[in-house]
Each structure stands twice: as structure tokens, then as C-alpha cells.
Write a protein that binds this ligand. Structure first.
Ligand SMILES: Nc1ncnc2c1ncn2[C@@H]1O[C@H](COP(=O)(O)O)[C@@H](OP(=O)(O)O)[C@H]1O
Ligand SMILES: [Mg+2]
Length: 283
């Protein structure tokens, strides 16, 4: 008989990992204070001491709070360190939005996501520059902490004009074309935001859709996806089914997140990926 699966997502763990994300954010700000230079990874994407410092903090916290649960983390992955795992594992992006970060912008985040049975069941996102935190776990509500205090957040009813979020640093014409063709005649305001902050903004009821017709890695989306689900939203893969995790090379070819309504699947609007194979991780 198969072993019953033990799920670990809980309110306590979400709080602990929210604290871990804050600690990682403090480590990033310390690197900013001291000054840093950017290096290039093998795939030519940038990395800094802040990425490494934040990842070390998160890995230590996960070892304390969730010992034995495998962790797939962006900078470990870049070094070829990927643990074997089953259907439960963490996905960590210690500094999402590195390009914005290097340019001195505020749109960067620490991300800790837990996948259980292919689904994001817990997430923590922290934006150090603006001191904004989101946490959520499966079965609970999404919580935001910022200068307005601590509160439950929820997605909003679809608004007009529809607010569509787009990447600040990885513009794809595909997303603009998708919005135009999938929502003909609809008033749409496009807003460029860097990093997983786009998920937090959707979860907080400040936008309606985030179509991503270009590559990301699973650690870019896991935490935000968990938070968005808890806030009443959804994030679907190209076929319109919920975005799944634990794919080959942890690669997302595209997705569409909304405030809960079903958007036309992005598949037929996707840019070609040179045969659909894996792209280099992290850009
Ligand atoms: N060609 C590509 N392949 C894989 N991931 C990509 C990519 N282009 C952009 N990304 C992902 O997009 C993230 C930034 O999101 P956004 O463009 O919404 O700000 C990057 O995160 P990192 O900054 O952690 O590398 C990176 O993972
Ligand atoms: Mg990232």
C-alpha cells in the first residue's frame, strides 16, 4: 500500500519562511551598502554577491524549519547542484529581478516556494527595497505586510480598463500581441514591473492579468503562484491548465496569471523557442 503523503505547508511554516525572506532581504541590503559588482553566469545571466548571500540565508533557514525537504535554488542550480526529489520540494530564487537590482531599481525580491504534489502550496516573497512581504499557504489566506501594516489581501473583480502587468526587463512582443488579439476592443492599461512583484500586485488586488509569453524558471513563479492562489487568483500554463512544477530543467515556457478568471490560453500566441527545448536558466 502506498504511504500516505505528508503535506508540510502550514501557517507556522509560512510565517517562518516570511521571516527567512526578510533576513535574506537584509543580507541583500547589506551587500548594497558595501557595494558590489556583477558577474556573468555560464548562461550569460548576471549574478552578484547579493544573490549568493541571500541564498545562503534562505538555505540555512530551510534546513532549520523544514529539515530533510529537498531544495532547488537558483544559484545552486547554476553550479549543477540539484537534489533528487519527489513531489515535495522547495524552489528558491534568492534575488529575482537581478537586472533591475544591478541598475539600482527597487523591483527585486526574495522568493521561497514549496511544491507539494506538483502544486505550489506555500510561498513567501519579500521586496527589500520597499520592505514589502507576502506570505501564504495552502488552505490559508494571502497576507501582505508593508507600510500599511499587516492584512489579508485578495484579488479584485476584473476591472475596466484592465490592468495588465508586464516584465520591465524582458519585454516580449508576444505579451502585447496576446492582449490585443485575445481581448479585442478592450481598454487595457499595461504596467511594467520587475520580478515576482507582479504576483504580489495581482494578489493584492491592484491588477487583473499578467501574461508571460516568454521564459522563466520555476523558482521565479512558485512563491508568487502560491500567494496568488491563496488570494483567489490563478496561474495557468500555455494550455490553460494550472502551471505545473518539477518540469525538465525547472523551465516555464510561458504562463498567464489572472485575478481568478479564465483567460484565453496563451499557447497559440507563444513565441517560438527554437524547437521548444530548454533555454539557459536565468537571464
Ligand atoms: N531567457 C530566459 N530564460 C530563463 N529565464 C528567464 C529568461 N528571461 C528572463 N527570465 C527570468 O525572468 C526573471 C525576471 O523576471 P522579470 O523579467 O519579470 O523581472 C529572471 O529572474 P532572475 O532575475 O532571478 O534571473 C529570469 O529567471
Ligand atoms: Mg528570478
Amino acid at each position: 500500500m502506498a504511504e500516505p503523503r505528508i503535506h508540510i505547508a502550514s501557517a507556522v511554516l509560512a510565517e517562518q519562511l516570511g521571516e527567512a525572506a526578510r533576513e535574506a532581504g537584509a543580507a541583500i541590503l547589506e551587500v548594497v551598502r558595501k557595494g558590489f559588482t556583477a558577474q556573468k553566469k555560464i548562461d550569460a545571466s548576471p549574478v552578484t554577491d547579493a544573490d549568493h548571500a541571500a541564498e545562503a540565508v534562505v538555505l540555512a533557514a530551510l534546513a532549520r524549519h523544514a529539515p530533510g525537504v529537498p531544495v532547488v535554488a537558483e544559484e545552486q542550480f547554476a553550479k549543477g547542484i540539484v537534489p533528487d526529489h519527489g513531489s515535495s520540494f522547495f524552489l528558491v530564487d534568492p534575488l529575482d529581478g537581478t537586472k533591475s537590482f544591478i541598475k539600482g531599481g527597487d523591483d527585486y525580491t526574495v522568493n521561497i516556494g514549496l511544491i507539494e504534489d506538483g502544486i505550489p502550496s506555500l510561498g513567501a516573497i519579500y521586496a527589500p527595497a520597499t520592505d514589502r512581504l507576502w506570505i501564504a499557504h495552502h488552505g490559508g489566506k494571502a497576507i501582505c505586510e508593508d507600510e500599511a501594516g499587516r492584512r489579508t489581501v485578495h484579488v479584485r473583480e476584473r476591472a475596466s480598463p484592465m490592468v495588465a502587468l508586464a516584465s520591465k526587463n524582458h519585454f516580449t512582443q508576444g505579451a502585447a500581441d496576446y492582449l490585443e488579439r485575445a481581448f479585442p476592443g478592450e481598454a487595457i492599461e499595461q504596467r511594467a514591473v520587475g520580478s515576482s512583484l507582479k504576483f504580489g500586485i495581482l494578489a493584492s488586488g491592484d491588477a487583473d492579468i499578467y501574461p508571460r509569453l516568454g521564459p522563466t524558471s520555476e523558482w521565479d513563479t512558485a512563491a508568487g503562484h502560491a500567494i496568488l492562489i491563496a488570494a483567489g487568483g490563478r496561474c495557468d500554463g500555455p494550455d490553460g491548465q494550472p502551471l505545473r512544477y518539477g518540469k525538465k530543467s525547472y523551465f516555464n515556457p510561458g504562463f498567464c496569471a489572472t485575478s481568478g478568471w479564465e483567460a484565453p490560453p496563451i499557447a497559440s500566441y507563444m513565441e517560438p523557442f527554437g524547437g521548444g527545448g530548454d533555454l539557459p536558466q536565468g537571464v
